[in-house]
Design a protein around this ligand. Structure first.
Ligand code: NAD
Length: 358
């Protein structure tokens, strides 16, 4: 009979002193795996492991470590498989009352474990998730849940998924609190003065203006087909709303998540063309293929916003926003000036001439 895949292999079980973990350790020992356990004993205990015959050698095959601590990552070296079961777990009453604590603990634990697995190139990771990922409204004694129903729509980024969880944390644990008034404000793509323009992390409008100003002789490079669209909103439209967030009739916040966008999907192609013409470039616009262009388009439905905040001004049209932003950029060269940039014909002009250009 051939050996089990884990026979003789180094295997780490996080949360191995817990309920499921200790049983898993027992089963792993049975196939001859070389098992190591990490647990902080917040719920688990060494007794669980002794009960299944695991010979605890402290700091050799058993480590009492808190996985919320990034230092714990160094314990993940040289494993064939990591079974990641450690989590802040409890019954439904605990889950409902201690949501923020659980979220913080488990986010920290998971982030450290995933970082460590990437860092040490662990070949196999098993992550204990939960049927709690399914939406409440799908719960039914009659109809079985399918794996694909966990998200009602697929997320494009973990950034978005985490924001959704942040909203949920507020709705489930802070809304209704007698001491805290909460507003969940969802911004679409915000642009304008003082956002980062240099480097790979800058957003599309900022990046295009950066390239246009630093390299006016070169083709203006747009990543992707330019057909992807976004709802762009000028920064002061957001900040003005934030300082006037209290509803005039109640002096309270709206109690549901509320988005702020222009209500218009503008393609990157349109943005690039406007920047090209505002800066007065004579080069071409060059669309560079990329593997993932992200969402095709996005815009805000402003009907709820308009009903609640009809007293606030309508958003600045993008043409005007870009004009203002460029005006600001030209007066604040340090925000975008590339030290090694080629001689920039715009910089040879006086600020007055430049403002005339745009
Ligand atoms: N028991 C269930 O019905 C069930 C259902 C779905 C998912 N799960 C998941 O299975 C896994 C194991 O659950 P369980 O029922 O055995 O729970 P458990 O509480 O018995 O086991 C979790 C273990 O993780 C340890 N732990 C918690 N925080 C830690 C930290 N910061 N650092 C290191 N160790 C830490 C605890 O001490 C405990 O031993 C969890 O990820 C849980 O979310 C369990």
């Amino acid at each position: 009979m051939s050996a089990h895949i884990l026979t003789g292999k180094p295997v780490l079980v996080t949360g191995g002193a817990g309920f499921i973990g200790s049983q898993l350790v027992s089963d792993l020992m049975e196939v001859g795996a070389d098992v190591v356990v990490i647990d902080n004993e917040s719920r688990g205990s060494k007794a669980n492991l002794e009960n299944v015959g695991f010979d605890i050698r402290v700091n050799k095959n058993y480590f009492k470590i808190d996985l919320r601590d990034p230092e714990s990552q160094r314990y993940f070296q040289n494993f064939h498989t990591v079974y990641h079961l450690a989590a802040d777990v409890g019954g439904i009453a605990y889950a409902l009352s201690q949501g923020i604590k659980i979220w913080r603990n488990n986010t920290l634990i998971d982030a450290n474990v995933f970082d460590a697995v990437l860092e040490y190139e662990v070949p196999n990771l098993v992550y204990a998730s939960s049927s709690c990922v399914y939406p409440l409204q799908l719960s039914s004694p009659q109809i079985g849940l399918k794996e694909g129903q966990a998200w009602q729509g697929e997320m494009h980024t973990l950034y978005g998924a985490e924001k959704l969880l942040g909203e949920k944390a507020i709705q489930m644990h802070l809304n209704g609190s007698s001491t805290t008034n909460t507003a969940i404000v969802r911004f679409h793509n915000v642009y304008g003065p003082r956002s980062i323009m240099k480097g790979r992390d800058s957003q599309v409008i900022q990046a295009l203006i950066y390239r246009a100003l630093n390299y006016p002789e070169k083709d203006l490079e747009v990543w992707g087909s330019g057909r992807q669209g976004r709802d762009f909103i000028y920064v002061s439209d957001i900040t003005h709303w934030l300082v006037n967030l209290w509803l005039p009739d109640t002096q309270k916040f709206y109690d549901q998540p509320l988005q702020r966008g222009s209500g218009i999907n503008t393609t990157i192609r349109e943005v690039a063309q406007q920047i090209h013409s505002l800066v007065g470039l004579e080069s071409n616009i060059n669309y560079v293929p990329v593997p993932d262009e992200g969402e095709r388009g996005r815009k805000s439905d402003n009907s709820t916003f308009n009903a609640l905040y009809s007293h606030l001004p309508t958003p600045l049209p993008i043409e005007e926003g870009l004009r203002r932003y460029l005006n600001w950029a030209i007066k604040h060269e340090s925000w975008w000036r590339e030290a090694t940039a080629e001689v920039n014909h715009l910089l040879q002009k006086s600020p007055t001439e430049l403002i005339a250009v745009i």
